[in-house]
Write a protein that binds this ligand. Sequence first.
Ligand code: NBP
Length: 490
Amino acid sequence: MNAPSSSATPSSVPTGTAQIGVTGLAVMGSNIARNFARNGYTVALHNRSIGKTDALLEKHGGDGDFVRTETVEEFVDALERPRRVLIMVKAGDATDAVINELADAMEPGDIIIDGGNALYTDTIRREAALADRGLLFIGAGISGGEEGALNGPSIMPGGPAESYKSVGPMLEKVAAQVDGEPCCTHIGADGSGHFVKMVHNGIEYADMQLIGEAYDLMRRALDLPVAEIADVFREWNTTELESYLIEITAEVLSQVDAETGKPLVDVIVDEAGQKGTGRWTVKAALDLGIPTTGIAEAVFARALSSSTNQRKAAQGLASGSLSAAPADKKAFVDDIKAALYASKVVAYAQGFDEISAGSTEYGWNVDRGSLATIWRGGCIIRAQFLNRIREAYATDPELPSLLLAPYFRDAVEAGIDAWRRVVATATTMGVPVPAFASSLSYYDGLRSERLPAALTQGLRDFFGAHTYQRVDKPGTFHTLWSEDRSEVSE
Ligand code: NBP
């Protein structure tokens, strides 16, 4: 390690020795820098303010070989060629500022990787601008939070294939490994990696909302004690629902507040924020015309939770007559489990649909099966379930919907009655289940032979002459609604 010293000068920094540089040494950057060092790479360190660099070296300098740098010029000089720099700064303007500074100091053929949570359209723009300057740009989604960054995240890099040849092996080495396979693969061109990471986060929103609804039903409909609900989740984690989020749900529900002796969940304010990626996933889905109802309901449920004033004012609103709790609590818990599983299948099916649509729109050619593979470890939505998704796409790479894969079709069919009972009971008991209910409606809509969209088209033709097509012959038609109501062919 290059000893930390506030009087470092350019001449004191070894040049051309580091295989990778990390700039932005907050939680994520410092942990991933340590991960690279622990894997035997020499890592050049840089941060806008030197304090974070020195703090990392002081606490964790023993993790491996680091090169301490203060200026961007020192940082770039410290790297072997082609230079590889990983940016881990705040998404948005900060990322643009850092990219511009680096690009001025780097040379054609050098590679910049943005590991932050960038909006994929920003990544597309940045990749094109840097390509004009001869630089290779990779937008890499990195999931797993600080623990993943240190011990092995799931990495979703998008960018020119030639850049992946140079950085791919390094990223694959520091990524989580499942069954001997790295949780990292080249996703496609320009913004594909950040797009896929965005949808991953959207699915994470839906997954958490569904877990929340399952908990709420056990709490409010069945009146189960929190500790007992924790046990239910712990037991579910030994079944097909096994996943990181179910596992940590049991942990959070088991936590008792030291100050009050109450379950921690009861002293936490019930308002959840919705930062960038969940909202972006829904916006992109709207633009692409893909119904991601589960994810959208999850984002809206957080927005409702944060509508503090409205919620306070609405406390006295009538509930109407509510039905009694199901008599057989154990049976209803089993129903909730089936509803959770089926709704989760819908959330993933919708997320993968959005990825397919984005891939088609931008020409990325994303391999959906490989996504399921790299999400099996390192990331927040890691789950046993992803093995089934991987198998589904291996069997049929062109699968129109995950709901049509035999495994999932059978699993949902097995739980459909329970799913309906849960949504019906929740509704008659006044317990909100927006994600369970919208997922069931989506499923029913998808399998319906006829939808009321025919009436919608008729109405649109009535008020706006928008025309319609007929089921029995080709062509475009319009009814002369304000005249003799005869039909004309357009
Ligand atoms: P933050 O998102 O909190 O960013 C802090 C870092 O950005 C610091 O190193 C800071 O430098 C630097 N920075 C800022 Br702010 N403005 C800058 C500028 N104009 N020029 C140069 N540097 C600037 O850090 P984080 O939580 O470690 O996340 C890093 C990235 O990873 C983000 O894009 C985040 O969305 C993404 N991510 C985070 C997680 C997570 O669990 N936290 C998970 C996955 C992805 P300073 O020290 O000088 O202020």
